[in-house]
Ligand binder design. Sequence first.
Ligand code: CMP
Length: 223
Amino acid sequence: MVSVEDLARIPLFANLGADHLGLIVPSIKEQPYTKGRIIVHQDERGTVFFIMEKGLAKVTMAGRDGREITLSYVKPGEFFGEMSLLDGKPRSATVVAVEDSIVLVLTREDFLNQIRLNPEIGIRMLEVFSERIRYADEKIGLLTLTDVQSKLVHYFIHLAGRMGVPTVNGTLIENRPTHDVMAAELGTTRETITRIIGDLRRNGYIKITRKTLLVSNRLFIKK
Ligand code: CMP
């Protein structure tokens, strides 16, 4: 069972005292998902709210042409599945575990009651929504760029801000998107992505391995 200490580490519950967290504990169920399993299906009715306890999940959407679009990643401490509970509409996206994960699950009723009892939770959620809209706005701006190299540079900076970890050599993105995913996201071909990545790598702007991408601080200046 999840403990008060576990809940205290979740940003959404940051300002709540131990007494209050103790009252939330019984309404939370821990649920494991193995890598590759779908946690939330786009278009289904939403009945529960999730907080990522351990692991990593990817938020995706089926694009108009059927290709998968990655909207975001969910890291430990972050929440998802709130949109359909708040507006009563179907799930807006699919959420899939990209690593073996454990999520905390709350029913719609418990989720809404917690917001009613603790307006601070609502304020924290609005902060996260603001951040999501900022990222979405950035992405819209990115789509207006015409040359693919600029698009890719901005996309890497966007990824670095969203899922990167600062290191002495730059920002490290573990579990980087594949060339195919990058091509789909930027509306170009895999070959073009491979060519531009080669140029950026040779000029010391990035370091790339099969799984990781290191965005050097110079790339932020290049933009
Ligand atoms: P819901 O619509 O209930 O189910 C899918 C979830 O994906 C959604 O709630 C949000 O929690 C999450 N989600 C949808 N769009 C985005 C986005 N652009 N950025 C981050 N998370 C999102």
